[in-house]
Design a protein around this ligand. Structure first.
Ligand SMILES: [Zn+2]
Length: 78
């Protein structure tokens, strides 16, 4: 059983959207973020229109931390 970790969501700068925010390190992502169910940037639960951000590669000792991540859809008109 994995211990849940409290993560302070990274807030994109004012005017920026999650889809344009650089990806965080794979360490400390929530289960939902690693499962692709929450935005990797702001941590909001994703519904439809999520944008694939590809993979983040990481290593923790012998454990691989490669995760496929998603983020919020781009706002309309951008
Ligand atoms: Zn987001």
């Amino acid at each position: 059983m994995q211990k849940p970790t409290l993560v302070v969501p990274l807030r994109p700068r004012s005017g920026a959207v999650c889809a344009q925010t650089p990806l965080p390190a794979p360490y400390g992502l929530t289960w939902a973020q690693q499962a692709g169910r929450a935005c990797v940037v702001c941590g909001q639960q994703l519904t439809t229109g999520a944008v694939s951000r590809g993979w983040i590669y990481g290593k923790h000792g012998a454990h691989r931390l490669d995760v496929e991540v998603w983020c919020c859809p781009k706002p309309e008109g951008s």
